[in-house]
Design a protein around this ligand. Structure first.
Ligand SMILES: Nc1ncnc2c1ncn2[C@@H]1O[C@H](COP(=O)(O)OP(=O)(O)OP(=O)(O)O)[C@@H](O)[C@H]1O
Length: 896
């Protein structure tokens, strides 16, 4: 087709002929849309798709493209510490304190550059791996105009073009704005677009949703999922169009792409799909940052006021006051955090093929103390195999298997699902009912994890005028729709429980004869069924699951199993893996508990069975409310709400698209051993960030308190602004070593959680200890430099040396020998370099340049004594702190 003839994308939903005198245009029929887009129901040819890709460009939202360098730099200025530093630098320049101003601005520039280059490297290192988990779409394309039938095939969603015909199934992300051609029970999650959490019906223009028909027929209450979207749902309220940013909750569809990339409704609305609340890490860093920033902003006015009141000093003290505030700032925090997380993510990707999609999630994973898992495919292999099929009395009955296979075959054929369900595949491996004597499919409602049912409507040979409803699903759900008395139902439930208690998975099968009709059957027809029997399947245990569960338990991670399966199956699986299931709670039990009761129950319950998606999310939310940092690993569309609710969401690479898009970490395989490695990497990263923060802030706080005290007591400034800033630069450079530190294996045995309050207590306690050492030195200095020719210069040099030496001591002693061992490493080398700089710089030619004079030799002896005392006190305080932490951790995390 010549390029000029290529169609322009239709504005979804509004594209259509405007009927004269009508406000709203009439939507086009499916055929008209295909014609407008110059395509057909069999999709585009490969060559045409390529031409359109050149013309329309990639199907990617502008926001999803990697940011440019300048954008990264600007973004790093948004970090609160950097922003405050920048303000302090500008204030210094404004009062013509050029030296102070330029050193602060240099600090800002170095911090921004290091951070942006760290982010850039992190993006580049994982770009290829991320691409391997990018969203794909199932598209119909043909090799040429007269070529063979179009075949569905997976292509990266970025390669879709207007006119492509795509298939959608449960768990798929809608890859572009598409117009429906056919659909079966299609319901979409549009929360990212409209904020509406309930799934909405979608259907082609010429169809009506099941619900509307049901309402007409007085059957609305029979539908499990409530009413369709109403007129108030804004620009996305078009039932025949599905928009980029939504995902398929249930059902299936074939649709034609009408707009891609920047031309989609999502791009036009400048919306970002799937916004997330702050994680545990974000919250902790946010809390700590703002406490410090308040303190920093208070420091200059305090110093100014005290200087004016006690010594009659004026604005000339401002550079010193600003320098003191800068001294408190952990300006290298963003750099250390980015480097630590990026290095951890890169190593995890290369060594264990785990892709970190959101960097801070790695830290959160290190803090996780409860991990929720689904059963199928995590503890088991998700390769179910049929063991036998039994009738209502537990006797072998091949008829049951036959009808289950009929259901599987026709739901797969008629619902046009892109990928078959594992249980359906297992059934079809035993029997494919497509012979001439087998029934013919009429309609299907595919499996839906909320209803836990799949229904196929078939026409049996020789039975004119009747349709057979073949229903299969979870035992309780099918039995409650069967025409049975209570005693018989209880007997069958007990039979199901006995089978499930052996670890088997069960499908109940039932039939119903209904008069043939043209319009579709609805869920309301699934009543008064005749029970046929159970298909018993077995799903082998995942080979690495038992060892990984043991290893997670050793790391203090409690495991919770959240499954849609039968409680008996779930409990037996846990026992086989050495995990005590205790009392299993079912969804019914959960529905009886309010949030507080659930939070209490969740602490002691290991297995939650028959969970619908919202139950899984409720349990995760309850665990978080009970104070646990909670991870969730899942792969099905029924896991999405729980993944969103968790602090960290994990999924395997083979998970459905919407799950991959929601998860923070993607595993190459659904292998619990990889989760264990990822937890270790998270603790490694979290430990280094926490050590950096503890060391830097307690030492900075100590210095600032001592500096303020000295400024009040001394007739001269305890340090000149330039000296404060140079000292700051030296310690910043040394702090970068934390990005490369290696915690001892013992340190990876407990979750690394940064708790705002505990953290502030830590830095205040150790900061005060540091200030005591500083003030003791201050006394020593006053004595030692009394007879010096340049008292101020010698005082400044002595304090400069002491500050860097105490910082080096803090680096070595405060990060904890228990966590890091005693072997040499980057932090030890950096501390040694800092100490040497502290001693030699004032004695070098740089000393006089910074207005420092070498202090008299006896000072060094006295200083050594102060430092020795400080080291002893620091070590004792740290050991006491560790003991108290261990005791309170045992009290808090003893359960779960
Ligand atoms: N394709 C299907 N057709 C009919 N019923 C099914 C189908 N798949 C599952 N079921 C029934 O629904 C129940 C719950 O299945 P679901 O997929 O929600 O849970 P699951 O995959 O076992 O659990 P998990 O949450 O651990 O992954 C199963 O026990 C089974 O009886």
């Amino acid at each position: 087709m010549p390029e000029s003839a290529a169609p322009g994308p239709l504005a979804p939903g509004t594209g259509g002929s405007r009927a004269p005198g009508r406000e709203r245009p009439e939507p086009l029929t499916a055929l008209q849309v295909l014609r407008e887009l110059d395509t057909g129901p069999r999709g585009l040819t490969d060559a045409e798709a390529e031409r359109r890709l050149v013309r329309y460009g990639e199907n990617a939202l502008p926001a999803r493209r990697p940011p440019s360098w300048s954008r990264r730099l600007l973004r790093s200025l948004r970090d609160p510490f950097t922003a405050v530093l920048l303000c302090l630098g500008l204030v210094s320049v404004a009062v013509a304190a050029w030296g102070t101003g330029s050193v602060i601005l240099l600090l800002v520039a170095v911090s921004c550059l290091l951070r942006s280059s760290g982010e850039h490297r992190a993006d580049r290192a994982t770009a290829a791996l991320r691409a391997s988990v990018a969203t794909t779409a199932t598209v119909l394309r043909r090799p040429g105009p007269g070529g063979p039938e179009a075949r569905p095939r997976e292509v990266p969603a970025t390669e879709l073009v207007p006119g492509d015909v795509v298939r959608l199934g449960p768990g798929d992300l809608v890859p572009a704005d598409v117009r429906l051609l056919r659909s079966r029970g299609l319901r979409l999650h549009e929360a990212a677009l409209t904020g509406e959490s309930a799934p909405v019906d979608k259907y082609p223009v010429d169809e009506q949703p099941v619900d509307e028909r049901s309402v007409d027929e007085g059957l609305a209450d029979e539908h499990p999922l409530g009413a369709p979207d109403g007129p108030g749902a804004g620009p996305f309220a078009q039932p025949h169009t599905c928009f980029l940013g939504s995902s398929v909750a249930y059902g299936s569809a074939t649709a034609v792409v009408v707009a891609t990339g920047a031309r989609t409704r999502l791009a036009a609305a400048h919306a970002a799909p799937g916004g997330r609340r702050d994680s545990a890490f974000d919250q902790a860093v946010h809390g700590i940052s703002w406490t410090l920033i308040r303190f920093m902003l208070l420091t200059p006015p305090l110093v100014l006021m005290a200087g004016a009141a006690l010594h009659g000093r004026g604005l000339e003290t401002l550079p010193f006051a600003v320098a003191v505030a800068v001294g408190l700032t952990p300006e290298m925090l963003p750099v250390v955090v980015t480097t630590v997380l990026a290095r951890g993510a890169a190593r995890l990707a290369h060594e264990h093929r785990v892709i970190v999609r959101r960097l801070p999630a790695l830290h959160d994973l290190g803090a996780v103390d409860v991990l929720c898992l689904d059963k199928t495919g995590t503890l088991t292999q998700d390769r179910p195999a049929v063991v036998r099929a039994v009738d209502a009395h537990g006797r072998d009955d091949p008829e049951v298997l036959h009808w289950a296979a009929v259901n599987a075959w026709w739901t797969l054929q008629l619902a046009e699902l892109p990928t078959p369900d594992a249980l359906d595949e297992a059934l079809l491996e035993e029997a494919v009912p497509d012979g001439p004597d087998d029934p013919d499919g009429v309609a299907a409602l595919p499996f839906d994890p909320v209803r836990r049912l799949a229904t196929a409507v078939v026409r049996r040979p020789g039975r004119l005028g009747t349709h057979t409803l073949v229903v299969k699903g979870a035992a309780e759900t099918v039995l409650e729709r069967c025409a049975l008395d209570a005693a018989e139902r209880d007997r069958l439930l007990a039979l199901a429980a006995r089978e499930a208690g052996t670890g088997a998975r069960l499908l109940a099968v039932a039939l119903a004869e209904r008069p043939a009709r043209l319009r579709d059957h609805t869920p309301a027809d699934e009543r008064g069924l005749s029970f046929l029997g159970f298909v018993v399947l077995r799903d082998a245990l995942a080979p690495t699951a038992a060892a990984a569960l043991g290893s997670l338990a050793d790391r203090g991670v409690a495991v919770r199993i959240l499954t849609g399966d039968h409680p008996g199956t779930a409990a037996h699986t846990c026992r086989e893996l050495g995990l005590d299931p205790g009392r299993v709670l079912t969804a019914e039990d959960l529905d009886r508990l309010d949030d507080a009761e659930l939070a209490a129950a969740a602490r002691h319950t290991t297995v939650f069975a028959r969970c619908a998606p919202e139950h899984k999310a409720r349990v995760v939310t309850a665990l978080r409310a009970a104070g646990h940092v909670t991870g969730f690993l899942g792969d099905g569309v029924n896991d999405v709400p729980a993944l969103r609710a968790a602090d960290v969401g994990l999924c395997p690479k083979g998970a459905v698209a919407v799950v991959r898009d929601t998860a923070d970490l993607v595993l190459a395989e659904k292998d619990l051993a990889a989760v264990d490695h990822a937890v270790a990497a998270g603790r490694n990263a979290g430990g280094n960030i926490a050590a950096h923060l503890h060391v830097t802030l307690s030492s900075n706080l100590g210095n600032v308190i001592a500096m303020l005290a000295a400024a009040l007591l001394l007739p001269f400034l305890p340090m000149l602004p330039a000296q404060v800033l140079v000292q700051n630069l030296c310690s910043d450079a040394a702090q970068l070593a934390f990005a490369h530190d290696r915690p001892a294996p013992a340190a990876l045995r407990t979750p690394t959680r940064l708790r705002h309050r505990g953290f502030l207590r830590f830095i205040t306690g150790f900061g005060l200890l540091n200030a005591v050492a500083d003030v003791a030195t201050f006394g020593v200095l006053l004595v030692a430099t009394r007879s010096s020719a340049d008292t101020q210069g010698a005082f400044h040099a002595g304090w400069f040396t002491e500050n860097l030496l105490t910082q080096a001591l803090v680096m070595l002693l405060l990060r904890g020998a228990r966590r890091y061992g005693t072997a040499p490493g980057p932090v030890r080398y950096a501390a040694a370099a800092l100490a040497v700089t502290g001693v030699l710089l004032p004695l070098s030619p740089l000393g006089p340049l910074l207005a420092m004079t070498p202090p008299p030799p006896p000072y060094y002896l006295l200083l050594a004594a102060v430092l020795a005392l400080y080291a002893v006190a620091l070590r004792a305080a740290r050991s006491r702190y560790d003991r108290r932490c261990a005791a309170s951790a045992a009290a808090v995390t003893g359960t779960p």
